[in-house]
Design a protein. Sequence first.
Length: 224
Amino acid sequence: MSEPVVRLTKLTRSFEQGGVRIDVLRGVDLEIRPGEIVALVGPSGSGKSTLLQAVGLLEGGFGGKIEIAGTDASGLSGDDRSRLRRDHLGFVYQFHHLLPDFNAQENVILPQMVSHVSRADAEVRADELLTGLGLAKRLTHRPSQLSGGEQQRVAVARALANHPELVLADEPTGNLDEMTADRVLDEFLRLVRGEGSAALVATHNERLAAKMDRVVRLHEGVLE
C-alpha cells in the first residue's frame, strides 16, 4: 500500500481568548492516501479551517505531528516549510483570491514560474487546465470580467498548476449559488481525479460531501 500524502498524529491547537483557553483541535489523527478525495465536514466554527491551515503549513502553534509526502514538517524552518508547501500542495479557498491585474491565463502561469517552470511550458499547462474547465474562450479575461463560477474555476486551475500531490480546499463553492456550486465541484473533482492528486475538502454541505471518496467529521476538536 502506498504511503499517505498527509499523516496527522495527535494534532492539537489551542487559543487564549479573554483569559480562557479554547481547544479547537484535540488530538486529531488523519491519513490521506494518493488519489483519495476526502470531505471534511463540520458546522461553522468547528475548526475545519484551522485543520486545513495546519495541513497547509500556513501557521505555527500546533502540537502533535504533521507529515507531508513523508516529511515531518513539525521542526522545519520557515523556508523549508515554504518549499514543502510549494512542491507538494495546492490551495482553493472560498473566495478566489485571483490577482486582479492579471488575466485568467496569467493567474495560472505565475505560480508555475515561481516554481521555476519556463514561461512557455507554464503557458501550455495553464491553457490545458483552463480549457479542461471550459474556459478556452476566457483565457485573456481579467477576474473582473469573469462570473463567480468562472473565477473559481481559474482558482482551481491555479491550485493544480504545479501538479500538487494534495489539494486543500476550504469551502470552495461556499460563495456560489447552488447550481453553479454543483457544476464547479463536479469539475473540480473530475480534474483532481484526472490529475491523480489527493484532496481534503472542507464543507458544511452534506450533499456535496457525498460526492467524495470518504467523509470525516470534525466534532468538538476530534475527527469522527
